[in-house]
Design a protein around this ligand. Structure first.
Ligand SMILES: Nc1ncnc2c1ncn2[C@@H]1O[C@H](COP(=O)(O)OP(=O)(O)OP(=O)(O)O)[C@@H](O)[C@H]1O
Ligand SMILES: [Mg+2]
Length: 478
């Protein structure tokens, strides 16, 4: 933008400079020509007109008195029809040219004309005017003026333009840049503030500077838009929370009734059908629970709860509760947990993260596999890793696994239970804790889920201590 502006300005200034230069050159040129032709004409009409009455001497005297180079720095010569000189001016006082070296002009001269002549290296402009007296005697008058005052003036102008134009351009660029930065600074501020607004902090607004200009109107319009988005998001969240909540009661009643029917004496096929219906009801209840959790998290529920807790202890106690699950598949749970990795957050929610990740690791790992829990501190972050050597996730599925209800094909066919909501919850909890979740996986080799939580403030200094492993428990569950 600045380059464009500078280019345009330079172009315009160059054109302007050229126009001024050419205009002045033309003006001075024609001024010189006019004055020379006026001079020759007036000599003819005032002096030569009387040459027969007053004599040639009188003409020469008058010419030398009124038009000598001492007076106007110009050359003057009056020549008779036979090319003999009646009068020729003497040397100019400033020595700007040598009058004796002006070439003789041979007649006859029929009409007036201008010519350029170089006299001793100096350029002079001559006007020659033929004149015939009322008595019929022919003369021509030559008036010449050195060109150098004009050339000097034009040179001066050129110097002014050559030095002045870049200065003006530099000044205009600096001024324009400063003005533009000043004008665009509020836009920059708005952009930065707008970048910080996500679906989780839609209640925040951009600051509005009361400048009364477009920037103020833009901020107000953006704030209104954010307000409408906020309303829409809240509406959606409330709706899914309400739906999930409303579904819970009928589901509980349904489950209770199915359980009471199952108590009765019924034919085995009926009991089997009721058992299957009960299983589906439970699955439905779990989905509804998960949806309720997600909509609460989306509404920013767990942002407020920040309790200081030991990530390693939390990971071990949560995974320990799931050991039965691992034992069922003869999967060994291995802990590599550093001491004193303290983070701030909601323990129940973080427990949910660990449980969901360990649950997946066990679920998507074949019998006799291994699931490793790794907790450490690094780069000011508390790191929690759950590593398995299970089925892994294909490269196509990997970008989608955190989406709601997404289940990779492999998981769909081999492992029927699960709605595809576990990782959505994990992601939502991580976002609420300003944590990052990353996944590395190779199909057929296993997966590594890595959660990076900000360390509780005073502990980030004690990272080295936190990295010393407290327990490396190998726990083959058999
Ligand atoms: N450790 C893992 N190994 C292989 N695939 C995994 C692993 N964890 C997740 N996945 C894949 O990501 C998908 C989404 O996981 P997510 O936990 O959200 O759903 P789910 O486990 O299928 O169901 P839910 O957790 O709701 O019971 C899974 O269906 C599976 O395909
Ligand atoms: Mg899961």
């Amino acid at each position: 933008m600045t380059a464009w502006y500078a280019g345009l300005l330079a172009g315009f200034l160059l054109l302007f400079g050229l126009a001024v230069y050419l205009g002045l050159k033309h003006y001075l040129d024609s001024g010189l020509r006019n004055s020379l032709s006026q001079q020759t004409r007036s000599i003819a009409e005032k002096l030569l007109v009387d040459v027969d009455h007053r004599g040639e001497k009188h003409v020469a005297d008058e010419a030398s008195e009124n038009y000598s180079p001492e007076i106007n720095g110009r050359f003057l010569r009056i020549t008779r029809a036979d090319s003999s000189t009646l009068y020729q001016s003497s040397q100019p006082r400033d020595g700007s040219f040598d009058a004796t070296r002006v070439p003789i002009l041979r007649g006859p001269v029929k009409q007036e004309f201008f010519r350029d002549e170089f006299v001793g290296g100096h350029r002079l402009l001559f006007h020659t005017f033929p004149y015939t007296t009322p008595e019929g005697r022919a003369f021509w008058i030559e008036a010449g003026a050195p060109y150098h005052p004009v050339a000097e003036l034009l040179d001066d102008l050129l110097i002014i333009l050559a030095f002045g134009t870049p200065l003006i351009i530099a000044g205009a660029i600096a001024g324009g840049y400063w003005l533009m930065r000043r004008a665009l600074q509020p836009v920059d501020d708005i952009t930065q503030q707008a970048e910080r607004i996500t679906s989780r902090n839609l209640s925040e607004r951009l600051s509005v500077a009361a400048t009364g200009d477009e920037i103020e109107r833009l901020s107000i319009a953006l704030n209104r838009m954010i307000g409408r988005l906020d309303d829409a998001f809240q509406h959606i969240n409330r709706f899914s929370a309400d739906v999930s909540h409303e579904l819970r009661t009928p589901l509980t009643i349904l489950r209770g009734e199915l359980e009471s029917i199952a108590q009765r004496r019924l034919p085995p096929e009926m009991l089997e059908m009721i058992g299957s219906a009960l299983e589906e009801t439970e699955r439905l209840a779990k989905i509804v629970d998960h949806l309720l959790t997600i909509s609460r998290l989306d509404a920013g529920e767990s942002r407020t709860l920040k309790i200081r807790l030991d990530l390693g202890q939390l990971a071990i106690s949560t995974a320990d509760q799931m050991r039965l699950l691992a034992e069922e598949k003869s999967i060994s749970l291995v802990y590599e947990v550093a001491e004193g990795v303290e983070v701030e957050g909601d323990p129940a929610r973080l427990r949910q993260v660990i449980a969901n990740l360990v649950d997946n690791a066990i679920k998507y790992t074949a019998k006799n596999g291994q699931v490793k829990l790794h907790v450490a501190a690094s780069g000011g972050k508390g790191i929690l890793e759950i590593v398995d050597n299970g089925v892994g996730i294909s490269a196509e599925a990997l970008p989608n696994i955190f989406e709601r209800f997404y289940r990779a094909d492999l998981a769909r066919t081999r492992y029927s239970s699960g709605a595809g909501l576990g990782l959505s919850i994990v992601k939502a909890i991580c976002t609420a804790h300003d944590a990052e979740i990353k996944v590395f996986s190779t199909e057929g080799e296993g997966s590594r889920f890595r959660v990076e939580l900000p360390l509780a403030s005073s502990l980030s200094l004690n990272e080295s201590r936190a990295n010393s492993p407290r327990a490396a428990v190998s726990n083959p569950a058999q």
